[in-house]
Ligand binder design. Structure first.
Ligand SMILES: Nc1ncnc2c1ncn2[C@@H]1O[C@H](COP(=O)(O)OP(=O)(O)OP(=O)(O)O)[C@@H](O)[C@H]1O
Length: 284
């Protein structure tokens, strides 16, 4: 989707996210104490499909400021775990965020509880502009005709998100013509304006150029300092550059957890990756 022709504004790679400007400060804040108690606490989580146990007895604690990467071979249960936390699949056990038990609440209530996720394939509204996508995510209660009309004012949080994810110059561009990386940034922007304080991102840099990966890494680092962020990723170079901590899953279980260096040197992790002939930068 990177090179679709357009007669409107081209979806140039620049500009990129601005993670240090005033928008970042306004949207994310500098006061780490405000949300410092945010954490995700998963205990004994289990997901079964028929007789098959896809996720078993998973315990996971992720706090704000600890950019957590979730890795593991194909089929390890990473996406299913995110699906369970966000209510897309049923699960037993517990997943608590902000003191609220998420399991059994349903996707919409979970979203209202401040939990947002992205998918491996960006799920933006392709026929709407960048700004309209953000407006919808912000929950602007306008009818379709008002929504599609050019408006004078833009909510402050939407402006800030536009600047933070680097899409300000592309605000009136149809999302369908954005480059792949820009769509992922738009999705992240949508989570920001939804005020998601737990963000679960499924392979956010898959298919991105090196420059887009670096921009995304800086964006996640900035967001991760203020929100609870879990990144499912196969790209080991990206992980080494940006992960604060890593959880390794294998066959539905947590196999190892720790710093990048700790998990890289864990014999069980090495064996699983070598045994699965899963090379460093392979993507699913
Ligand atoms: N809806 C479903 N019905 C049956 N089995 C499923 C379903 N969804 C996932 N699975 C199975 O559950 C296991 C875990 O899948 P999941 O997609 O969570 O793995 P993953 O670690 O995210 O893998 P990948 O890195 O390839 O995305 C796999 O064996 C998969 O085939």
């Amino acid at each position: 989707m990177t090179d679709l022709p357009t007669t409107t504004e081209p979806a140039a790679i620049e500009p990129e996210p601005d993670t240090t400007g005033p928008a970042a400060e306004a949207l994310l804040g500098t006061d780490t104490s405000r949300f410092r108690h945010d954490y995700l606490e998963v205990r004994g989580l289990r997901v079964t499909f028929g007789g098959f146990v896809a996720v078993r007895d998973v315990d996971l604690t992720v706090t704000q400021g600890d950019l957590r990467f979730l890795i593991g071979p194909n089929g390890a249960g990473k996406t299913t775990l995110i699906d369970a936390i966000t209510g897309l699949v049923g699960a037993t056990g517990s997943a608590r965020f902000g003191g609220t038990e998420l399991l059994g609440r349903g996707t919409h209530r979970i979203a209202r509880d401040g939990v947002g996720r992205t998918f491996q394939t960006a799920s933006v509204f392709e026929e709407l502009t960048v700004l309209q996508n953000l407006d919808i995510a912000a929950g602007a209660r306008r009818g379709p005709s008002t929504l599609l009309r050019r408006r004078r004012g833009t909510p402050e949080a939407v402006e800030q998100a536009l600047e933070l994810v680097g899409l300000g110059a592309l605000r009136d561009t149809t999302a369908g013509v954005l480059a792949h990386g820009q769509k992922q940034w738009l999705e992240i922007g949508m989570l920001l304006v939804q005020d998601a304080h737990l963000m679960l991102l499924d392979e956010p840099v898959a298919g991105m150029t090196q420059a887009e990966r670096e921009a995304t890494g800086e964006l996640l680092r900035r967001i991760g300092s203020q929100r609870v962020v879990v990144v499912v990723e196969h790209d080991m170079e990206f992980l080494r550059s940006y992960a604060d901590s890593v959880t390794v899953m294998h066959q539905g279980r947590v196999l190892a957890e720790g710093t990048v260096a700790e998990v890289q040197n864990d014999p069980a992790v090495v064996e699983v990756y070598l045994g699965a002939t899963h090379t460093d930068d392979e993507e699913a």
